[in-house]
Design a protein around this ligand. Structure first.
Ligand code: 3EB
Length: 336
């Protein structure tokens, strides 16, 4: 039914319109890097599984060294042109009027992941903050052998130490959403990329989980600095990497099915917490990435998820290591 004209012109409607940004159109494409990047509305494209590797001439492209389980896909972010691109030291960037993509790859020196993370964050954030889309909504972190090393020497914990140093004084408990996953390609290069916006988003926490930046000492010397989710200025919910963590403890050791159920309960709780008007569970309007420690677990996970989502088009499964050894599956994504 059509709205009466007077409602369309109501001042509160106009105010809302002023503040909101158009949604970023995020999807999975099964095409080559060259084809995807020909579209002038593409802000960024993320290839996995070696797709487009070595094809890094375009600042909008990054190739993450995680193997896909089943069909691979390229994650594509479409905005509304015109898009500007450039390089600033080690940072590659692109943005339209509303959203930005910033990526950095830092080689570890003598295997020092903390130092690499600190440098990556300093350079990335400095570049982002002087641009037209200075508000960081979400960050992705990928590096080799995340579970190597024991206790506080584990590489994930060292990464958290360096990341916190590199972002010190910037977000003060209003961190962006994030994912941190381990690659198995033996390439000691930290990859970090960000989604940014012209106006700020709203961080969302999950009542079933302790805020990650308040994790107790037993999980490492510096807690991980991320929010469980971020509502974008367009009202999209960016879901951080989510696993079978309740409170601050990992649940269901060695039971991937139960971990998946717990993870989905966490995702639904986050959606609830964000107070989105739309669907309360991941569905046809959601896009998920599933990281599995053991590729043999993928069929069970995909069966369950595709039932819940009424199809598998919005699911990309990647082989990767989760930041705690006992965690077997992690999910991140976008809920619209
Ligand atoms: C957890 O709940 C699982 O360090 O950026 C998820 C998402 C996890 C992001 C990060 C870690 C990170 O603690 C691990």
């Amino acid at each position: 039914m059509r709205e009466p004209v007077s409602n369309l012109l109501a001042p509160d409607v106009i105010t809302e319109r002023d503040e909101a940004l158009p949604p970023l159109r995020i999807g999975y494409a099964r095409a080559s890097a060259a084809e995807i990047l020909r579209d002038p509305n593409v802000v960024a494209a993320i290839g996995f599984d070696g797709v487009g590797k070595g094809d890094s001439g375009d600042p909008r492209w990054i190739s993450v060294g995680l193997d896909a389980v089943g069909a691979s896909a390229v994650e594509v972010w479409r905005g509304n042109g015109p898009i500007r691109t450039g390089r600033d030291g080690r940072v590659r960037w692109s943005h339209d009027d509303d959203y930005g993509f910033f990526a950095i790859e830092v080689e570890e020196s003598a295997g020092d992941i903390a130092a690499a993370a600190e440098a990556a964050y300093r350079e990335l954030v400095a570049c982002i903050q002087k641009g037209a889309t200075p508000h960081v909504l979400r960050l992705w972190n990928y590096f080799d052998a995340i579970n190597e090393g024991d206790g506080d020497e584990e590489r994930y914990r060292r990464f958290c130490v360096g990341r916190a140093r590199g972002m010190a004084g910037i977000w003060q408990d209003r961190y962006p959403a994030a994912t941190a996953i381990g690659r198995r390609d033996g390439v000691r290069v930290l990859q970090v990329y960000a989604l940014t916006a012209r106006t700020p988003g709203l961080p969302v926490e999950n009542p079933r989980q302790v805020n990650a930046w308040r994790y107790p000492r037993e999980f490492g010397p510096t807690p991980p600095t991320f929010a469980r989710g971020m509502t974008t200025p367009a009202g999209q919910l960016l879901i951080s990497g989510t696993a079978a963590v309740v409170g601050s403890a990992s649940r269901h050791h060695a039971d991937v099915g139960a971990q998946l159920d717990e993870t989905l309960a966490n995702v639904e709780s986050l959606i609830q917490s964000a107070g989105t008007n739309g669907a309360k569970t991941p569905g046809p309007g959601s896009l998920l990435k599933v990281y599995v420690r053991d590729a043999n677990d993928a069929p069970l996970i995909v069966a369950k998820l595709s039932h819940a989502m009424q199809g598998a088009d919005g699911i990309l499964v990647l082989s990767g290591d989760i930041c705690r050894r006992e965690l077997l599956v992690e999910i991140d994504g976008v809920h619209t």
